[in-house]
Design a binder for this molecule. Structure first.
Ligand SMILES: [Zn+2]
Length: 274
């Protein structure tokens, strides 16, 4: 999970670290038509809805990135395939050129050999023979070039095959990921709408000061939990620091808003979770 990768700062800066602010927050929290206990429960439900929304966004959040990475890889494979195909085309043209040159050497050799039959002068005879030898050498070089080029083409073709195999696998992966993403968006769209509605209902019941504190705490903690329960009977469910028995009694009595003195999160009665 992306959110847990972040390293927690040694001391989370408490959004409400000032005693006066904290006291006035407690006051404005209590100063409401709604009983404190119900308001605390509403805060718990608000956090629960927000956590579910976070999960949905996180679930989607990784898929679009995976789809984009696959699309990029596929584009790269296609580009490399096209480049290799172009090289193969060029090599085939080189072979065709070499074949033409060989035919040219052969026709010259043939022509000189016919001339040899009519020549009586030995100096001219030697010179023609020398020329035939040269043309024969050029013809052999041409043959070697063709053989080397054919080997090069064969190695390029196997490289191209590998790329095409990878391309076909990646194309299938992309189709699967896209379907998965579409399904998740489709499946979770309704769920998300319900959760957002529930969230708004809760938020409407909570006073502006508390809501603003809630948002600030959520934004400042790595796990996006502003409202936590009691962990293991005696610790803050957010930072796991020990809660004094006195504070624990205050929390379970549901009579006021309690903020963790270590991490600044709102600690509520764990019974609300049931
Ligand atoms: Zn804490």
């Amino acid at each position: 999970m992306a959110s847990t990768k972040k390293t927690t700062a040694a001391k989370v800066q408490a959004p409400i670290d000032n005693r006066e602010t904290f006291v006035s927050l407690q006051k404005s929290f209590a100063d409401s038509d709604m009983p404190v206990e119900e308001k605390l429960k509403t805060l718990y439900q608000l956090q629960a809805a927000d956590s579910e929304i976070d999960k949905i966004i996180q679930l989607r959040g990784e898929l679009p990135a995976e789809v984009a990475a696959l699309e990029e890889e596929i584009a790269d494979l296609k580009e490399r395939s096209a480049a290799i195909s172009a090289v193969i085309d060029q090599l085939n043209r080189n072979i065709a050129d070499a074949k033409l040159a060989i035919a040219e050497h052969e026709s010259i050799i043939e022509k000189y050999q016919r001339q040899l039959e009519t020549i009586s002068n030995s100096r001219e005879y030697d010179s023609l023979n020398k020329e035939i030898e040269n043309q024969e050498l050029l013809r052999q070089i041409g043959e070697k070039t063709i053989n080397d080029t054919r080997m090069e083409i064969s190695s390029k073709k196997s490289e191209l095959e590998d790329l095409k195999d990878r391309l076909s696998i990646r194309t299938e992966d992309l189709a699967a990921k896209k379907t998965e993403l579409e399904n998740i968006v489709e499946e979770t769209a309704k769920e998300e709408a319900v959760l957002r509605e529930r969230r708004e209902e809760c938020a409407a019941k909570i006073d502006a000061r508390t809501m603003s504190a809630y948002e600030r705490i959520r934004a400042s903690v790595h796990n996006r939990l502003a409202v936590v329960g009691i962990y293991n009977g005696d610790s803050c469910g957010g930072c796991f620091n020990t809660i004094t028995p006195q504070r624990r009694v205050e929390i379970v009595s549901n009579k006021k808003l309690i903020i963790c003195e270590h991490c600044g999160r709102i600690i509520i009665n764990p019974d609300f979770a049931q």
